[in-house]
Each structure stands twice: as structure tokens, then as C-alpha cells.
Design a protein around this ligand. Sequence first.
Ligand code: FAD
Length: 317
Amino acid sequence: MKVTEHIQKSEKTLFSFELLPPLKGEQFSQIEDKINPLLEFNPSYINITYHQEEIQYEHLPGGLLKKRTVRKRPGTVGISSAIQYKTGINVVPHLICGGFTREVTENALIDLHFLGINNLLLLRGDAPAGQKYFIPDLDGNTYAVDLVKQVSNLNKGIYLEEELENAHPTDFCIGVAGYPEKHPEAPNLDSDLLNLKAKVDAGAEYIVTQMFFDNSKYFEFVKSCRAAGIDVPIIPGLKPLSAKSQLIVLPQTFHVDIPQVLAKEVQKCKSKQSVYELGIAWSIEQSKELIAAGVPVLHYYTMGKSDNIREIAKAIF
Ligand code: FAD
């Protein structure tokens, strides 16, 4: 079932979470260890992230450097399929522009369609570590909107090979990312909203937000989206804070604010466990307020760990 159908069919707020594909060589059982503790809360769907290749340099004798590209977490397509068929829960694989030609992207889409996966979250991706700006592949999509257009075309039976006869249309439900606190590269919130509107106009049917720790940022964002004519469901993305270091790392990595009252409480914590528990408690309060406001789904970023999400789900779902 598509994400939008899950939303249409439910009168209450749904539960979903995001998983990272395992590191190379890990077994499906290691993924199950992360999914199984959350199954009793009936997730409507599970997102599977995509990871761009990284550039690494190996030192050779004579001071030479050898450039290598490494993908640490490959396998989004295969893992998505295994999860959907083993658990019976719909999956939402992420697809990114970075590191992919449009042809490789089309082949991944053909595989997903063939595997019976018809939900996608389409993203641009970030610049790989060590590179300052995002640079698309020579024959790749530059912005998420271009990827949305490619998938929308495929949904109409328009493949890259223009002369393809009897082309079969796909039937993907497309989600995209939105940023309540603005995407860091956007010059201002208004131009970021114009970009989001372009993604919706190109075929995106729902939005998942970047994490936020202050619900008022989400409520303001929804208001601005509606004023800008963006009328698709806007799914809040939540991440429980789990370590003191995240007071610096999260704003630095995701360009989100940590409210002063939360930051102060974290600073007062005397142990790792107390920070962890505070993060869960804060996320539970955020979830309750968002449910009261009637959000369609609560989407949790696991960042590869599910223990704290389980504690939140226990209190909420
Ligand atoms: P875009 O929508 O393309 O926007 C990127 C920037 O370009 C914005 O500043 C936008 O305002 C600007 N822009 C867009 N169009 C134009 C235009 N025509 N002209 C000028 N400027 C323009 N990353 C991964 O690598 N893998 C994942 O699995 C992944 N999952 C994510 C899930 C969610 C819910 C979120 C919120 C993010 C995720 N990311 C993931 C991170 C994401 O790839 C980055 O935030 C990336 O920097 C932007 O992606 P986007 O799809 O929002 O890009």
C-alpha cells in the first residue's frame, strides 16, 4: 500500500521509522534486531536510507595518493525488498541524486517496480565527506525536483530511451524532504518553500520533515507551506536526542536548533543514561503535542538504533 493510502485510510496518527542499510557484509538478522523490537507498535511503513559513495585516499610509496570510492552501506534496494516480503510491512526506499546517473537511477526504479515496491522518498543527497559543495554526476539529476520529474515521467511510461515501444508505466508514490528550519543552502525560507512547491508540482505526494526539537517550528512551517499552496500531507520527522555531544553535532550536521530549555537540561545531566532518558522524555512530549494537533504520521529517525524509539513508541502507540 502507498504511504498516501495509509494516511487516507487512517483516522489516527500512524507510526513509521527509518532504518539504515547494514554495513557491508552484515546479515539480514542484524536488520531484524532493529526492526523486531518495533513491530508490536504496528509501523505503517519503514523507510530505508540511501548512502552515497565516499571518496577515500590511500597513501602509496613515494608520496602518491590513490583515490578510491567506497560505499559503506550499499544494498538499499535488496534490503527494502527483503524487509517488505519478510515482514509484510511496506517499505519506502530513499533514492538520491548524488553519485547516480539518470540511467542507473532508472534501472534501480525498474528493479523496485519489478519487486513490487511502490513507495519512494526522493532526495538530492549531500556533498560527500571532504567535499564542500554537492556536485551531481555528469549525467545525473542536479536537484531532488529533477529526480521527482524522472520518476513522474516513469509513472507516465516515459523512459530515458525515447523510442521504447509498449513502455509500461510505473506507479510510484513519491515523497520528498522539507525543512522547517530551512535547508542550509537555501538563501531564505521563501526560496526554500518555492523549491518545495516545485517538488510537489512535479509530482511529490507527501513531505517528510527534517528533524526538529521545537514543535512550533513545525507548526509554523506547515502554515507557511499551506500559504504557499503546498497542500500535501507534511509528516513530522523526530529524533530523540541521545548524547550530550549531539548538542553540537546535530545543529552542525542538520542545521537545526536545540531549544535553550532542552540544551540546559542536557548540560545538567550527570550520566549518559540520564541524557538518553531526557531525550526520550522530550520526544514523547513532542509526539503527544503533534498527535493532538492531528499530524498524519509520526516518523522517527533511528540513526541505526531502535532502543529509544521503542521506549517512545511504548508511550505513544
Ligand atoms: P533539494 O530539494 O534538491 O534542495 C537542495 C537545496 O537546493 C535547497 O537549498 C534548495 O532550496 C535548493 N534548490 C532546489 N532546487 C533549486 C533550483 N532549481 N535552483 C536553486 N536552488 C535549488 N540524504 C542521503 O544521502 N540519503 C538519505 O537517505 C537521506 N534521507 C533523508 C530523509 C529526510 C526526511 C531528510 C529531511 C533528509 C534526508 N537526506 C538524505 C539528506 C538530504 O539529502 C539533504 O538534506 C540534502 O542536502 C538536500 O536534499 P533535498 O532532497 O532536500 O534537496
